[in-house]
Design a protein around this ligand. Structure first.
Ligand code: C2E
Ligand code: MG
Ligand code: MG
Ligand code: MG
Length: 276
């Protein structure tokens, strides 16, 4: 490893960058094929009422099992899909398959509450999201009230006026909307008030060091209070410990998801979890 500045470290960084670029190109074409080859899979992480453990929904999380690379994290392939435009196709695939599986659970009397699907800012910016949602609901027969979309703050605030219009059109289809990773972007309170959302998801970075970290504790309490004042649900992400659960409940956040309740599960395991 290059430790000092100079010619040696320059060579090191260039080689590193070339490798990254090469890897990027390889991954991109692999991801393109993965969609068709069926290497993508959906996992489901339960969302619960933290008071009694009752399931209230599940978050749909994409997984990529590459035959040679193994499991590629969505933290890597989602940004790649966004850069290359593949996210439009990938997003449609996730929506279609999530709705189809959920309709199957309903037909078999499994009550999962709602499914929460992550959507990328690209899907919304390109305005394809309204058609993608309408199509996924129509093809699967899933009632719209069973579908929630998770969107992050960044893109909403970037083009707030446009975003409000698109999110209103989505809400008018009968689905619900959540802001994901709340607190990590730059929400303007003026817009927050106008957005047709019904849930704030408290980012896991604020939950991780609860209850000891005083700043994180204060931020969580403030988000919960904001949610209550605006008449929104708050749901905490990344709940791993009993102490975190207790703190959140005590401060008025009833809904949560995290390893304390369950890891994200493949469809069959999630079905078993529901009937446990
Ligand atoms: P996210 O939407 O904030 O999802 C929550 C992430 O936290 C998931 O990571 C989940 O596995 C992880 N997690 C859940 N509980 C715990 C916990 O108790 N402790 C810790 N440390 N982590 C926990 P994952 O599955 O790796 O997904 C990463 C991100 O990739 C997601 O963050 C989401 O932004 C994105 N993503 C995943 N699937 C999709 C998708 O289908 N479409 C889009 N656009 N983005 C997706
Ligand atoms: Mg999410
Ligand atoms: Mg999140
Ligand atoms: Mg996240």
């Amino acid at each position: 490893q290059a430790k000092s500045e100079g010619a040696g470290s320059y060579a090191f960084y260039t080689r590193e960058m070339t490798e990254r670029a090469r890897e990027h190109i390889l991954l991109e074409s692999a991801l393109r094929r993965a969609l068709e080859a069926g290497e993508l899979q959906l996992h489901f992480q339960p969302q619960v009422d933290m008071d009694d453990g009752r399931p209230i929904g599940c978050e749909v999380l994409a997984r990529w099992h590459h035959p040679e690379l193994g499991t590629v994290s969505p933290a890597r392939f989602i940004p790649l899909a966004e850069e290359t435009g593949l996210i439009l196709e990938l997003g449609a695939w996730v929506l279609e398959n999530a709705c189809r599986l959920a309709k199957g659970w309903l037909d078999r009397g499994l009550d999962f509450g709602r499914i929460a699907v992550n959507v990328s800012g690209c899907q919304i910016r390109h305005r394809v999201i309204c058609d993608q949602v309408a199509q996924a609901l129509a093809r699967s027969g899933l009632p719209p009230s069973r579908l929630e979309l998770e969107v992050t703050e960044g893109f909403i605030m970037e083009k707030a006026e446009d975003a409000i219009g698109i999110l209103e059109a989505l809400r008018d289809q009968g689905i619900t909307l959540a802001i994901d990773d709340f607190g990590t972007g730059y929400s303007s309170l003026v817009y927050l008030k106008r957005l047709p959302i019904h849930c704030l998801k408290i980012d896991q970075s604020f939950v991780r060091d609860l209850p000891e970290d005083r700043e994180d504790a204060a931020i969580c309490q403030a988000v919960i209070a904001l949610g209550q004042a605006l008449g929104l649900e708050t749901l905490a992400e990344g709940v791993e410990t009993e102490a975190q659960r207790r703190f959140l409940l005590q401060h008025g956040c009833r809904l949560g998801q995290g390893y304390l309740f369950s890891r994200p599960l493949p469809a069959e395991a999630f079905e078993k979890w529901l009937t446990r």
